[in-house]
Design a protein around this ligand. Sequence first.
Ligand code: PEP
Ligand code: MG
Length: 701
Amino acid sequence: MSNAADTQADNTGQLRLQVTVPNRLGLHLRPAARLVGILRGFHADVAVRKGDRTVSAASLNGVALLDARQGDRLEFTATGPDARAALDAIAALATESFGDVEARPVGVPASASAAVSAVDLPANALPGNALPTNTLAGIAAVGGTAVGQVRLLSQTHPTLPERSGDAQGEIARFRGAVAAAQGELDGLIGRVGIEEAGIFEAQRLMLADEDVLRAVLDGIAHGRSAEAAWWDSVEAMAKRYRSATSALLQGRAADVLDLGRRVLQRLMPDLLSGAAFPEDTILVASDLTPSEVAQLDPGQVVGILLQFGGAATHAAILARARGIPMVAGLGTHIADLREGLTVVLDGSRGRVTLQPPLEQIAAVQREMDARQVRLRDLRESTHLPAVTPDGRRIEVMANIGQPSDSAAAVALGAEGVGVFRTELLWMNRDAPPSEEEQVRAYAAAAAGLNGHPLTIRTLDAGGDKPIGYLDMAREENPFLGHRGIRFWFDRIDLARVQLRAICRVSRQHPVRVLFPMIATVDEIRAARRLLKLVQRELAAGLIASDPAMPIGIMIEVPSAVTMAEALAAEADFFSIGTNDLTQYLMAADRGNAAVSALATPFQPALLRAIGAVVDAAHAHGRPVAVCGEMAGDPRLTRLLLGLGVDELSMSAPAIPEVKAIVRATNYADARALAGEVLSLRTAAEVEAALTGDQREASIGN
Ligand code: PEP
Ligand code: MG
C-alpha cells in the first residue's frame, strides 16, 4: 500500500513513524479527528511533521491545519511509556485511510459504526464491502440516481424584505421565530447522536447570544425588517468565523448560516420558493422541512443530500413524490461536500461519489437514461388495473400533499388518493386555512381524480410536522406527544371546520375520511361522534353532505395493532401507516439516522403486525390499505399482496412499477411467499428472501 508506515527508533530514543497519506481527500477534519481521538488513550507525546511544520498530534486544529493531501509524507515522533503502542495505532489507522474508507452499513452513520465495531453486530447492520475513498455512505432515502454540482443551502443568499414600519410587530415576530427555532433545536438535540447534538448545542448558544440579539433589535429599531436585521447579524457573525485562522473555526461559519436560515424559515415560511438554483443542483443541507422540499423545483434540484434524517421523514416523502433522489444521514461526511463539487448521488444505495471520473458520469447518465426508458414503458401499461393472472385485484392509489398532485397521480395510473396529507395545506402560512379554502382545496383534489375516491386525512400536525402558528407546546418527545388526532381533538374549533369542509365536498365527490394516530377504541368513537355532529349541523343549515361517507383509521400505533379486532368493528376501513408503525414498534425514531437500521420495512415484527391487522380487518369484512412508504417499494409488492392487503397507496411515481409487478404475480405464489417470510426471524433474512424473490420475478430488476 502507498501508506507505508515504518517505525524506527532514532539515537535520542525517540520513536519515529513515516506515513504516506492515502486518502483521496487528504487528512481533512474527520480523519484528523479520528487520529486525535485514538491518541487520547495513550500515555505518549506525539508530534507530527509535514515538511518544515511540526504540530502536536493531540491538537485537532494543529493536525487539520497541516492541510495534508493525498501522497504527502508525514513523520510522527513519539515519546513516553506508550510511545510504541501509540505509533502502532497510528500505523494501523493509516492503513484504514484514517477511517475515511471505513465501510459503514447503510443506515448507520460514521459515529454509530465506530461505536459498534467491537461488539457483536446484528446481522442487518454488518458492514458490507469497503468503499472507494471518494465515496460517502449514508441512508438510502429516496431511490434514483443523479449527477450534478453541490450547492450548499447555507451558502445561498435569500431575498429578504428590507424595511418595515412597525418595529413592535417586527420584534414580536422575531422573538416568536427565535423561540420556535430554540424549540426545534431542543427537539433535535434529543433526537440525534452526540456528534450532531454538539452542532445544535453550539447553534442554541449562538441563538442565545445577547450581542447578536441586541444587534437585531437595533436594526429593527432603525426600520429594518426582522428578516433583514437578523440576516445582517448572521452574516456579520459568519464573517467573524470565516476570518479566523483556524480551519475548524472557519468551518463553523456554515453552522452560523445554517442557524440563520433556521430562524429565517420561521420568519418566511416560503423562503425557498423564490430561490433559483442552477440546473443540475445537488442540494446539500443539514436537514430540510417538508415545506422546504415542497418549494424545490425538480427542474433545478436533481438530488438532495442531508446530514440528518432517514427514508420515512416527511422531507423524504415529499422528495419521493417529486422524483428527487435523496441520500440522508450523511452525518459528519457532510463536511466533505464543498460548494461546486461534482458528485454522483445514488439514492437507492445511499452512496455519494465525489468528483467521479468522466467515464463514471457517462455510465451513470446511461443508467439514468435506461431507467427513464424502462419507466416510460411501464407507464404505457399503467392504466391497466392491478389484477394478478389468477384474479386478485389490488387498488393502487396515490399519497398526495396538495390538490394539484391528484391529476398528476391519475396520469401515472392512480385509481384514487389513499391519503391526502392535509397538514401540508396548513404549512407555509400564518393562520389555518378557512372552511372555504379547505372546500376549494379538497374539491380541486377530487376534481383531478375523474370520479376515483379521495381519502382525506384529518390534520396530522406534530412530530416532525410542527405548525408554528398553532402554538403547539414544546415537548420532550414530540412523536410520543400531542400529535395527530390528539392535538386535533383539543382544537375542536379546527376539527369542526375541517370536518365541515370534508363533508361539504363529500356531497359531489366520492370522499372517505381518515383519522390519523388512532390508539384506542374511544378515539374512533369520539371521532365518529364529532363527524355525526358536524353532519347534523350541516343538515340543519340545509347544506348537503354524504351521510354514508366511509370512515377509516390509520393503524400506526402499536396499540391499534393489538386492538385491531375491536377497531375493525368501529371503522369502515383501515390504512396501515407503516412509517409511524415501524418507528413505534421498533422504538426507533423515523428521522434519526443512528437507528435507521432498526426502522426498516424488513423487520419481522412489522410484517407480522401487518399480517395480524389484515386478518383482524378481514374477519370483520373491512378492507385494508398500506399507505406508508413501503407500499411504493417494488421489493415489497409481492409480499404485501401475499399478506392480503387490499390497497396500496404510495407516492405517485412508484405506481407504474408496482402495478406491473402485481399484474405479473400469481396471488397463490404471493401467498406462499408471505407464508415463508412470516416464518423468518430477522430483518436480514427477510431482506435476503425478498431480494432473491425479486430477482426471480420478471419485473423490478
Ligand atoms: C405513516 O405513518 O405511514 C403515514 C402514511 O403517515 P405520515 O407519514 O404522514 O405520518
Ligand atoms: Mg403517520
